[in-house]
Design a protein around this ligand. Structure first.
Ligand code: NI
Length: 180
């Protein structure tokens, strides 16, 4: 999939908690064009640079329903996935837990429980509708990223106490950075 990685890509800035943009619902794409492809490539580049395994466009400040995922580890070859307008069409009854993190909530990790298998429908970069059953880390990752498209963060799956604690911490930190 090296054709996905031309040299014109650029690394974008990832926004972080408490940026209000993270709470916006992203808009479905009605037209996939060169700009969509360029944006998806920038998202991959930004995700690899971070490094992270998933990124939603809103995390670089663009409220369009685009997600990138790559679960390849270490020296394994890259395995980029681009999801346009992704939707969960079904979820399994059995649940799975993973320790999640988020590029927009740096250095914070907590266990989140989610359905262990999901059916996902999306458009590929050529606009073709695609459907796939995902499980394991891929299922968790796509649910986390689709949450982003709906203005939801993984901390929303935690207890109110934990969530408020982390929001407070990041709000204080942002204020400190403004003061400096
Ligand atoms: Ni995230």
């Amino acid at each position: 999939m090296n054709h996905y990685l031309p040299s014109i890509m650029s690394i974008r800035t990832i926004i972080s908690l408490p940026d209000p943009l993270l709470r916006k619902v992203s808009t479905p794409l009605t037209n996939i064009d060169g700009a969509t492809k360029a944006l998806a490539l920038d998202m991959l580049e930004t995700m690899y640079d971070a490094p992270g395994i998933g990124l939603a466009a809103v995390q670089i400040g663009i409220t369009q329903r685009i997600v990138t995922v790559d679960l390849a580890r270490g020296d394994d070859p890259k395995d980029p996935h681009i999801f346009i307008n992704p939707e969960i069409i079904w979820t399994s009854d059995d649940m799975n837990e993973y320790e999640e993190g988020c590029l927009s909530i740096p250095d914070y990790h907590e266990i989140v429980v989610r359905p262990s298998k999901v059916g996902v429908r999306w458009l590929d970069l050529d606009g073709n509708p695609t459907e796939r059953e995902l499980d394991g880390l891929f299922a968790t990752c796509i649910q986390h990223e689709i949450d982003h498209l709906n203005g939801k963060l993984f901390i929303d799956h935690l207890s109110r106490l934990k969530r408020e604690r982390v929001i407070k911490k990041f709000t204080k930190q942002a204020r400190r950075e403004l003061d400096e």
